[in-house]
Design a protein around this ligand. Sequence first.
Ligand code: NAP
Length: 310
Amino acid sequence: MTELQQEKLVIIGGGPAGLTAAIYGARAGLAPIVLMGPEPGGQITISSEIENFPGFPEGINGFDLMQKMIEQVEKLNGRLVYEVVEQVRFAQKPYLIQTDGGQYQTETVIVSTGASPRKLGLLRERDLIGSGISYCATCDGAFFKEQVVAVVGGGDVALEEAYYLTKFCAKVYIIHRRDQFRGTQILIERVKNNPKIEILWDSEVKELLGENKLSGIIVENNRNGVQTELKDVRGLFIAIGYLPNTDLFKNELELSKKGYIVTDRKYMTNKEGIFAAGDVQDPDYRQIITSAGAGAAAAIEAGRYIDRLN
Ligand code: NAP
């Protein structure tokens, strides 16, 4: 059994929210420790180029941006620990966190475990991420200038992404499994009236073509079983919803119907001293800058909470 480590502030998750919380926490003298989790750096490490993070007018690669955030935490003596949390016990204080490498006891926690885009579950879907498969048109759309792409989904995100992609791409298919969208009317009208968009109703992607790079897809009409090969599709944007990474907290913190951690305006959860920030708590914006902002605010609030305890 590993020794129980006493901590002032434990941050669970090392994406933009968690790392920014660590920067603020370290500068405030809270000696934060960040448990980096199964995907150190979070979702942005799979974004090839980020053009909407202020301060980088030439754009920055997602991995590089994360490295800079990590460097900044380390420079301020924040501790990054590459462990995965296996269990938390938040029923009473001090709170307990068990990882695959240690045990931590603390009065204050910031949960920033992020969200993961829902996957279609196709063979080689994961292998082709960054080589034709994307879960974020805002992040990757510009790499498909003048090319043919497809968006999967029928919600607001799929509709917005399809419309956004028409700014760069020669043609955009929307592949939806039913014969009507669930997105809002104004967005539906917008995509229906766009001559660059072709909607494939009652359709599902069945196969991804291409060795190391996507070079086409096979789509099946689920009413008549007819399969069509779309040979010219080079980018497939999967927009079928997000799943907040809250499995660990199901019996420990209040979650919304959609599974996001519920907080008040100061990022405090229903448990005193436990804060949540970023995609795990925010179903709406999901931007690096908004996650970082929430991480900063949560760390400031954590500092105020610790002051009140003392
Ligand atoms: P969503 O509204 O849940 O839509 C997900 C879409 O993906 C649905 O059309 C669903 O099909 C489809 N889908 C789910 N699983 C699938 C699968 N395995 N295979 C194929 N298709 C699948 O999710 P979202 O579009 O990410 O939006 C999330 C929330 O943010 C929504 O509440 C949305 O209104 C909100 N939002 C609002 C705005 C805005 O107001 N401007 C912008 C963005 C997001 P079915 O329709 O058949 O279920």
